[in-house]
Design a protein around this ligand. Sequence first.
Ligand code: GDP
Ligand code: MN
Length: 403
Amino acid sequence: MNLHEYQGKSILKSFGVGIQEGIVVDNAAEAVAAAEKLTEETGTSWYVVKAQIHAGGRGKGIVTETQSNGVVLAKGLEHVEEKVKGILGGHLVTAQTSAEGKKVNKVLIAQDVYYPGESEPSEIYMSVLMNRERGRNIIMYSTEGGMDIEAVAEKTPHLIFTEEIDPRVGLQGFQARRIAFNLGLSGQAFKEMTKFVVALYNAYVGCDASMFEINPVLKTSDNKIIAVDAKVTLDENSLFRHPDYAAMRDKTEEDPTEVEAGEAGLNYVKLDGNVGCMVNGAGLAMATMDIIKYSGGSPANFLDVGGTANAERVEKAFRIILKDPNVKAILINIFGGIVRCDRVAQGVVDAYKNMGSIPVPIIVRLQGTNAEEAKKLIDESGLNVHSAVLLQEAADKVKEVLA
Ligand code: GDP
Ligand code: MN
């Protein structure tokens, strides 16, 4: 589950990680009061207005309606309202969004932390994530933080360091110091960085995150180390033990069809092909997508209907698959083990009849208990449904109906 920057920062702060302070608002009138409050709390007189959407690249992104960037500086209280109006309610297009962009429903009013002082502020990159090959968490970091980290990774990968954490002993002090050293820090900034890294790693483990990306981590001109941005992804399987984090979910940022499928207990992921898939079991769903590709088609989705493929669930699955205008055919691939094939076939026929009509051809492959009876049911239904026994045969039929 992805979080907004302001939510990620609140979790970091609760674990003692230094952050750029801010207050989130959803209207321009509140923004000025928020800025005043920030000045009381932090002494800042400049503010950063930051669009809260589930996508990065906001600083370089453009709000379609106003041509404002998604992250802008307000040099004084009198500019806050105007800057907020340039972002809030608009559609922000960044390198990570679609061409329509994402609607901005909230903005974060943050303190300006790039103030001048004894040294230049510098932007550091840091992320914490699981290295699946090694089966261990790693901390990735670079002195080249800021808005061009993708280019750094591509052109100068030697400037990105990693520290691997042994799960038996956790992050060790010498590792935090090595990170601070490799980042070229000394004196107060070095000490602050080791504290920052330790707190950040504790937060990562403590909140059951699957990814932290803090870009930039800022070394301020007075040698504080703080998180200016926070991309936090939590492991959904752990949300049952963090009801406060679970409540942070913002469904408006998610694909509406995927949300609807989730509520119906269906495991659905939209893809961009033209063959809708309805399958029981995740492994079989993967195999089905492979065979569609192999036969020259392209899967429009991943959909696991789970163990109980009855008429009601099949109908719901049909409706969800058919919301995608690219779908030109549907392949149903069910293995009947505990659930008998004839019952699933009856479910397909009933769902079909209940929906009145389905605008695309359907290929059904049922294998397992009572497969013969199931085939007969499909063949004799009189509907635009084709049966198949072998997976290859099913894929060939898909090809046929698409041709
Ligand atoms: P992203 O573009 O979505 O990654 O958003 P960030 O939160 O990383 O902000 C983008 C950029 O805004 C940063 O790289 C900074 O250059 C700039 N920025 C963020 N906070 C401040 C601030 O307090 N003062 C100034 N002057 N610039 C800031
Ligand atoms: Mn960033």
